[in-house]
Write a protein that binds this ligand. Structure first.
Ligand SMILES: [Fe+2]
Length: 468
């Protein structure tokens, strides 16, 4: 919702009001108590507090300068308090650079209120003969604070509602009532400092000022860090789901051309996770192997349909191209934040234990463990799946074949783990036919929701995930 801009007329009226208040302050100046030391301390505190004021999301600023204003009202009088008020506003302006109408309203508020309340306060105590040692004096200090805050809410609230064309009652409810507890605390503090000043003089006020400024600084830092943390969390989640979404879109595109890709990927992901689980890997490693398996053949998108469908004899050049799919896949995946480890696994999924694999001809333990797991699952699914371009073998025959190549092509340990697993499971697990890419992927999306893609560390991180 666009804020309304104040009209020229209302800006001019505010300027006139400021001039009137300045004239009134000058007229009231001789009645004030010009204690310059106290004035300087309160001025310094108020300006400092405004420089470090905390800006809330609803455009209102929270600052401790009101406390200084009330002390000035009580001990110095209307005109010095108004001077401190305008000074604080001008210092704050140096930081926030609000437009002229905002500046005028703030100036008006922070001069008119101290002046009016200050003059009123001193009228009351002098006519009632109250001195700073009477308890009634401190009740009046509290009253001055409350009156000041009420006028402050009224003036600033009316102005912002005028700009936003919003309801004043709503403004009071959403922006001001929540501030009441802290305002009450501030009012009680004002009474306390007033008492301290009456008892021990300037030192008490100075000491208190330092404590309060420190507190305000800490509070500001806390609010900022909370806001940052919230923002980072939201951005991290968006990024993670965006990345998973993009990868799955890529894989689906590949699946449009080669019908078996999505099912095969889902089956390999399911088998790989089960192997990792049974071999005693951590949950995090399970997630990692699952996502790497889902994406392991994503590099095949570089292949032309003729090769992808593989219904004609392949030439040597065709094979050269096919052998590039691990690098291509790793390249795409590694461009995403936090997917470096996924890319490393994809790159190595066609390596062989005996060093005769590709693309790097790694041997034995040089091949990442999770890539060795994927090789086992991949080999098995290609043999047993009905939609592959070769005649599918039975689970029993496939197990015989896995045993035959165990220790040469495939990691012997993971082959054994997988065979145990197959023997324990029912038929549907042994045949990856109804492995569903969407279902495996939704698992991934759930993970992405809680995943922190480790922007700085470049590591794949999954926080506190439990997969049921
Ligand atoms: Fe592959």
């Amino acid at each position: 919702m666009e804020n309304q801009r104040p009209t020229r007329l209302s800006t001019a009226l505010m300027a006139i009001a400021v001039v009137i208040v300045v004239a009134a302050a000058v007229w009231q100046a001789p009645n004030a108590n010009w204690n310059w030391a106290l004035f300087a301390i309160l001025l310094g505190f108020s300006a400092f507090s405004d420089i470090m004021s905390i800006e809330t999301e609803s455009r209102l600023k929270i600052s401790g300068s009101f406390l200084a204003l009330v002390l000035a009202i009580v001990f110095l009088g209307g005109t010095p308090a108004a001077l401190i008020g305008i000074f604080a506003i001008l210092v704050g302006w140096l930081r926030f650079r609000e437009g002229l109408p905002d500046l005028l309203v703030n100036a008006l508020t922070f001069m008119a209120i101290p002046l009016a309340v200050g003059v009123g306060f001193h009228e009351v105590i002098s006519s009632a003969g109250i001195t700073a040692t009477d308890p009634a004096f401190f009740v009046l200090v509290f009253g001055a604070f409350a009156l000041g805050i009420a006028m402050n809410f009224l003036m600033i609230g009316t102005y912002t509602c005028y700009l936003e064309r919003s309801s004043f009652v709503e403004k009071v409810r959403t922006a001001m009532i929540p501030l009441l507890p802290s305002e009450l605390a501030a009012a009680l503090m004002a009474v306390g400092v007033a008492f301290l000043y009456v008892q021990i003089g300037l030192a008490g006020v100075a000491m208190f000022g330092i404590v309060l400024i420190t507190f305000q600084y800490l509070l500001g830092a806390l609010i900022k860090s909370q806001e940052r943390a919230r923002e980072l969390e939201v951005r991290g989640k968006q990024l993670a789901s965006f990345q998973v979404g993009m990868l799955s879109a890529l894989l689906r595109t590949l699946d449009l051309r080669d019908q078996m890709t999505a099912r095969h990927s889902a089956a390999v992901a399911r088998y790989s996770r089960a192997i990792a689980n049974r071999a005693g890997f951590s949950k995090q490693q399970e997630e990692l192997v699952h996502i790497a398996a889902l994406l392991h053949d994503i590099g095949k998108f570089i292949l032309p349909d003729r090769i992808l469908k593989a219904n004609v004899p392949l030439t040597d050049e065709d094979w050269m191209l096919i052998r590039r799919h691990p690098q291509q896949g790793a390249r795409v995946v590694s461009s995403l934040d936090g997917y470096g480890p996924v890319a490393d696994i994809i790159l190595a999924h066609h390596e062989r234990i005996d060093g005769k694999g590709y693309p790097r001809g790694l041997e034995g333990d040089d091949i990442p463990e999770l890539a060795r797991i994927i090789s086992v699952a991949d080999t098995y699914d290609v043999m047993t799946a009905r939609d592959s371009y070769r005649t599918p073998t039975s689970s029993y025959e496939a197990i015989q074949e896995l045993r035959r190549v165990s220790g040469k092509q495939l990691d012997a340990r993971f082959v054994e783990v997988f065979i145990e697993l197959l023997e324990d499971q029912d038929v549907s697990f042994r045949h990856g036919e109804e492995a569903d890419f969407e279902r495996e992927l939704s698992l991934e999306a759930r993970i992405a929701e809680t995943a922190n893609p480790g922007v700085d560390s470049g590591r794949f991180q999954v926080a506190g995930v439990s997969v049921g």
